[in-house]
Design a protein. Structure first.
Length: 269
């Protein structure tokens, strides 16, 4: 993840990042459904499912479903605690720590399959291992969605498309209107293009998971692991770059103030 100023969120150099994150979210969500029998990147319908389960006196199943929103919210809480703790506008937040945590957790999922703790032929049932797998995937998605949301000033969502689709439909007509046409919610066309690209990327990730899971089974998570590892490296490099630039700016300002003070002493009024 990278540290982005609000005015730069929709710039071309960051669009690829949002698209890649959305692709990974679609991949994880479809893989979670095909392998573990549950969607993991959003919690929209789970309140209803929990109510239905309890209404049918399926108390164990209802308790299992509770893992999904709790884990997702827990992931978002983790991100908030890491990025908002001792927050300062003069320092770059610890994005690499959060991104590396995501990579570690996906690696843990891969290790679970490799060691036989998670088994593709049984996790789709409501077993202990399936609940743990779903919980881990939801926790990962909660972290990554909160990380993207936090870094982009709340402008980008990558793990679900409900609000995204609404925004696209709301602003799509503006693409065909003359620039500068009056609107209650004025936005540039670039914003709509980025949203469309994010939506398409999520769908492509889901489609790829659907095609590869029958062939690779849990190997699909290795793709997510590679993407996450790349993002971790990008996050570390970017943070160092921005931190160095910030320090140079501070030192430059301090140097200017010292020189100004010396000039005042040399030429008193």
């Amino acid at each position: 993840m990278v540290h982005v100023e609000l005015k730069d969120v929709y710039r071309k150099q960051y669009t690829f990042l949002w698209v890649l994150l959305s692709f990974k979210a679609g991949l994880l969500n479809a893989a979670g459904f095909l392998i573990a029998g549950s969607y993991v990147s959003h919690i929209t319908g789970f309140g209803t499912q929990i109510g239905i389960a309890l209404g049918h006196e399926e108390y164990t199943f209802g308790a299992e479903l509770l893992v999904i929103p709790i884990a997702f919210i827990g992931g978002a809480l983790f991100t908030s605690m890491m990025l908002d703790a001792n927050y300062s506008k003069d320092e770059v937040p610890h994005y690499p720590v959060v991104q590396i945590t995501i990579t570690f957790l996906i690696g843990l999922i891969c290790a679970g399959f490799a060691t036989g703790f998670f088994q593709p032929d049984v996790v789709a049932g409501h077993t202990e291992s399936s609940v743990i797998l779903i919980g881990l995937l939801c926790f990962v998605c909660g972290i990554k969605n909160a990380l993207t949301t936090w870094a982009s000033h709340g402008k980008i969502r990558t793990t679900h498309i409900t609000g995204l689709s609404t925004d696209i439909g709301l602003h799509l007509p503006k693409i065909f209107r003359p620039s500068g046409s009056p609107s209650r919610y004025p936005e540039s066309r670039t914003v709509t293009y980025v949203r469309i690209a994010t939506l398409v990327s999520f769908s492509v990730g889901s489609a790829m998971a659907a095609m590869l899971v029958p062939k690779l089974a849990y190997g699909i998570f290795y793709i997510a692991l590679c993407i996450s590892a790349i993002l971790s490296v990008i996050s570390i490099v970017h943070r160092r770059k921005v931190t160095s630039a910030t320090q140079l700016t501070k030192n430059g300002g301090l140097y200017a103030n010292v020189n100004q003070g010396n000039a005042t002493e040399a030429h008193p009024k």
